[in-house]
Write a protein that binds this ligand. Structure first.
Ligand SMILES: [Ca+2]
Length: 279
């Protein structure tokens, strides 16, 4: 039985990462080459390629991912305060440095795309990358080096980075080293494994002039009872049965999404935008 469906002995299922055969009431699985996805959501929540989740309120350009040895391309993200306090941060832009650092493509939160500081109109195709915009809500970037970006623009900028398994263990940055181990994802360029999200993230500043940021461990919902009630009302829909989300519960645990939804909704000056982005 899987996700509420019954399977007969010998029946085979394939998902993104595994081939499984039903054998005497158990699944016998074989790993398949599996791409990794790193996400930067709500302006502060990072999920690494290996699935480590942390929250960091940055104020700088940070290296999200670059090659371990070969630094001919790199992906940067610009995080900055965007509300009434510096505890509300937004992803302001995503920068792809490519073609042996000759080309710099900047994706701005307002949807503009700049190639070497000149605005380009989409779609834009070169030998090493192509950019297209399937809807006003998002931009897709494919590269010749197995990196794929999905940039969401509305209601706030969020980023999903996918890497082929061929890059496994050969990258570093805020998105982690993609070696299949979650526990070593706070490893810095110098080889130390840091203890907290901020101490790790500070080592990936792309500009030395930026200040280091501290971890912020407060619960933003403890600061304002009105926001807390609003957030609970809407975010709890993620966990409830008999909502459209409940159909996904057998495949996706909603608790992490619920936690993040409450955090962002309480932390945000414009709660509705942050709520919608989290949902
Ligand atoms: Ca790892």
């Amino acid at each position: 039985k899987l996700h509420g469906r019954l399977y007969s002995p010998g029946q085979k299922i394939t998902n993104d990462c595994e081939d499984c055969v039903c054998n005497a009431g158990r699944w016998v699985c074989k790993d398949l080459p599996c791409p990794g996805t790193c996400a930067l959501e709500g302006g502060s929540h990072i999920t690494t390629f290996d699935g480590k989740k942390f929250t960091f309120h940055g104020d700088c350009y940070y290296v999200l991912s670059k090659g371990d040895h070969n630094d001919s391309h790199a992906l940067l993200g610009e995080l900055a305060p965007c509300g009434s306090s510096d505890k509300q941060t937004c992803l302001k832009s995503v920068v792809l440095v490519t073609d042996r650092k000759k080309d710099v493509v900047a994706f701005r939160a307002d949807g503009r795309v700049l190639l070497n500081e000149l605005e380009v109109h989409l779609p834009h195709v070169t030998a090493s990358f192509s950019i297209f915009q399937p809807s006003s809500y998002h931009i897709i970037v494919d590269t010749a080096f197995s990196l794929r970006l999905q940039i969401q623009l509305v209601p706030v900028m969020q980023l999903y980075v996918t890497l082929d398994q061929a890059s496994q263990g050969q990258v570093q940055g805020l998105c982690g080293n993609f070696n299949g181990l979650e526990s070593d994802d706070f490893r810095t360029a110098s080889g130390l494994v840091e203890a907290t999200g901020a101490s790790f993230a500070n080592t990936w500043k792309a500009q030395s002039s930026c200040h280091d940021k501290l971890d912020w461990l407060d619960d933003p919902c403890s600061l304002n009872i009105e926001s807390a009630n609003y957030a609970e009302h809407w975010c709890s829909l993620l966990k409830k049965t008999e909502t459209p989300f409940s159909k996904c519960h057998s495949a996706v645990d909603p608790s992490e999404y619920y936690k993040r939804c409450k955090y962002d909704t309480c932390n945000c000056a414009n709660s509705e935008d942050c709520l919608c982005a989290a949902l």
